[in-house]
Ligand binder design. Structure first.
Ligand code: IVH
Length: 673
């Protein structure tokens, strides 16, 4: 028989278990239970609670799912004002701050600082009474904020009750609510696929999610929290430093950022700043600077604050990753596969460490969603190594007469009517290689580094060659003569020679690179590698059926169709025949596996000047084949490759009876083995 006692017991167990799992998941990033098993526990809890509604506790994890929408948020007055931080934009400004701190304290030498990332979210105040979360409020203007308790209770990282001892009778924990990057990406992916408005950045997404009147919406958003300070406190002796406070937070079950440290002077603060700046792009959340706080609370009190901000802390900001600029023009570009892409030409803007002048607007749908117009002021963002993008338009600054951008109905290069396939976001010019833009782009792709790797054949040069009708297909590159090249504007004789040498060198390639270079739609580097390994020869790939192709790992029906369609076109087959007859070749796929075996672990030394490649390139080639390349000749050396003007290493090789290869022999070894 189930007694009230045993139900209470089971409820307690379930709550404890679930809270522990929440902490493992949200705080330690180390879940030790599957989502499905977690759901089973949660459902048992909800079931038991619904049968025994008098036993539902305020801090039960079942209370995190959100509840009926509010009509509006109530105002909350902060008993202790929520201050902001002053900013420093350079080390010099930080040094000046440190001097002010020491002057105020009359300390001549060093003051210790706690260093914390400046999390890019929004400040929140969490009021715990007798260990229970009773109120959560936004910062608002620092004196009055909004009561967002219902929403905050849905954030898994925030404990509904504090654990450990001693628990203060009243404690107001302050910290940052933010949205981790992976959650932000997923949220925007979801919004994109349901054609909803995208969030401009994780901070806006966090703020938008927290300010929902319907807490069930907040519950569905991936929010996180780190504690970093306190407001009102009663009934407990606080630790004496900021660093110790973090430890107390942890003992109460509150999450804190783990990228914190202590510094004993301004120089160490600068080092810590640079280290975090360096780490910025690897962190799973956004930070926009570093906060320095005098570590000792007694000193903090002595220094005091001004109305808006404490005088014992400062935020040193990172260079901005978002800036505003103007759209000068919107052009459309035609890509290699005919895809027509709108590109915004911007008034040059220095953001995230580079000057940005062009930003792609991807496709018609993206264009519509963002509604970027010529003359608009836009927010441009470049974070880490990510391609710059327009995040939003500053609508208040839009001119009245600005017209929405229209996608062209005809290809801007060859004037063919454009097409948009069902279910595709992209508009295409269907003219294929009858369209000059596609010819140019496919030749650029053919020559690019990961394809045939023709050194020195830049985009401008390809455009010049196509415009002068000197080339029309990738194969035409290998028909070019020195006279033709030298006839081009700004082409010196030496550069013509160099280009011809690079073209000659590029003829020796691998099957995978060659396939990638052909530019079959949807066949990127990885797929090209899989196709090459699976089919081994061009002949068997050309004759492959859809079914054959779908046997290849990572080839689905769409890729298979593109491959078949590519080889069905006589034009493509002609170009391939032409390329092969001009000397484009590669070691047999099986043979390269064998070669890899034979060269694996062999020790090479390269010396002298090589004529068809640099020593670094030869080194890379050999290393790719499993060989080792070292710099000095010894008895352990298997081969010395001697280029022109080889000196002492060659002499030593001969003395030690090490095999010496000429550059030609090396090439032969690689192609023929
Ligand atoms: S302490 C009395 N620490 O920055 C000092 N703030 O510009 C109050 N922030 O409103 C703030 N990370 O939203 C502090 N480690 C951190 C922070 C941090 C981010 C935000 C917070 C605050 C704003 C001030």
């Amino acid at each position: 028989m189930t007694t009230k006692h045993s139900i209470e017991q089971r409820l307690r167990e379930l709550r404890e278990d679930i809270n522990q799992h929440n902490q493992n998941y949200y705080q330690f990033d180390a879940p030790n239970i599957s989502d499905a098993d977690y759901d089973v526990l949660m459902r048992e809890l909800q079931q038991l609670e619904s049968e025994n509604s008098t036993l539902i506790t305020y801090d039960s994890p079942s209370q995190r799912v959100g509840s009926t929408p509010l009509a509006s948020f109530q105002q909350v007055e902060h008993q202790v004002p929520m201050l902001s931080l002053d900013n420093a934009f350079s080390h010099a400004e930080f040094v000046a701050f440190d001097k002010r701190v020491r002057d105020r304290l009359g300390i001549l030498d060093e003051v210790e600082y706690m260093i914390e990332p400046k999390l890019d979210g929004l400040a929140i105040s969490l009021l715990y009474r007798d260990g229970l979360l009773v109120q959560a409020a936004t910062r608002g203007d620092g004196r009055n904020g909004e009561n967002v308790t219902e929403n905050v209770k849905t954030i898994g990282a925030i404990p509904l009750s504090l654990k450990g001892a001693p628990i203060p009778s009243t404690i107001e924990v302050r910290g940052e609510v933010f949205m981790p990057l992976d959650g932000f990406d997923k949220l925007n992916q979801r919004a994109r696929s349901s054609n909803d408005k995208l969030f401009a950045n994780p901070r806006n997404a966090a703020a938008g999610s927290l300010r929902q009147l319907d807490s069930r919406i907040t519950a569905s958003r991936p929010l996180a929290f780190y504690a970093y300070g306190i407001g009102l406190v009663e009934g407990v002796d606080l630790p004496s430093t900021q660093n110790d406070l973090f430890e107390v937070f942890v003992s109460w079950g509150l999450p804190v950022c783990d990228q914190v440290s202590l510094a004993s002077n301004a120089t160490e603060c600068d080092q810590a700043f640079l280290m975090l700046l360096n780490k910025r792009s690897q962190l799973p959340y956004e930070i926009d600077g570093v906060v320095f706080k005098v570590n000792d609370f007694t000193l903090q009190k002595q220094i005091g604050f001004v109305s808006r901000a404490p005088r014992w802390a400062i935020a040193r900001k990172f260079p901005a990753q978002e800036k505003t600029t103007k759209v000068i023009e919107i052009d459309v570009q035609v890509g290699r596969t005919g895809a027509i892409t709108p590109v915004a030409r911007l008034s040059p803007i220095f953001v995230g460490g580079v000057t940005v002048t062009n930003v792609t607007l991807h496709n018609e749908d993206e264009m519509r969603r963002k509604d970027v117009r010529v003359g608009d002021t836009v927010v441009v963002r470049r974070a880490g190594d990510v391609i710059p993008e327009i995040v939003s338009v500053v609508l208040e600054r839009r001119k009245k007469d600005a017209l929405p951008f229209q996608m062209p109905t005809h290809c801007p290069v060859c004037d063919s009517p454009v097409e948009r396939a069902e279910g595709e976001a992209v508009v295409r010019c269907p003219a294929g290689l009858y369209c000059h833009a596609q010819v140019k782009e496919s030749i650029k792709h053919f020559a690019s580094r990961k394809a045939m790797d023709v050194d020195g054949l830049g985009d401008k040069l390809v455009e010049q060659l196509v415009a002068n009708a000197l080339i029309n297909t990738p194969a035409d590159l290998y028909h070019l003569s020195k006279e033709q090249l030298a006839s081009l504007e700004r082409m010196a004789e030496k550069s013509a020679d160099n280009l011809l040498a690079a073209l000659r060198k590029s003829k020796l390639t691998t099957f995978a690179r060659f396939l990638y270079a052909l530019g079959v739609r949807e066949v990127g580097e990885v797929t090209a590698g899989s196709l090459a390994a699976h089919f081994g020869t061009l002949e068997s790939l050309q004759d492959a059926t859809l079914e054959d192709l779908e046997q290849v790992p990572d080839v689905g029906p769409i890729v298979a169709q593109h491959v078949v369609a590519f080889f069905e076109l006589q034009h493509n087959r002609d170009v391939i025949v032409d390329l092969l007859s001009l000397g484009v070749r590669w070691p047999d796929v099986q043979d390269s596996a064998q070669l890899r075996n034979e060269l694996s672990g062999k020790v090479f030394v390269l010396t002298g000047t090589l004529s068809t490649m640099t020593r670094d390139e030869a080194k890379e080639l050999l290393q790719n084949l499993g060989a080792k390349v070292t710099s000095s000749v010894s008895k352990k050396t298997d081969y010395v490759v001697a280029g022109e003007d080889a000196g002492s290493k060659l002499t030593k090789a001969i003395a030690l009876d090490v095999a010496v290869l000429s550059e030609q022999q090396l090439a032969q070894l690689i192609t023929e083995l």
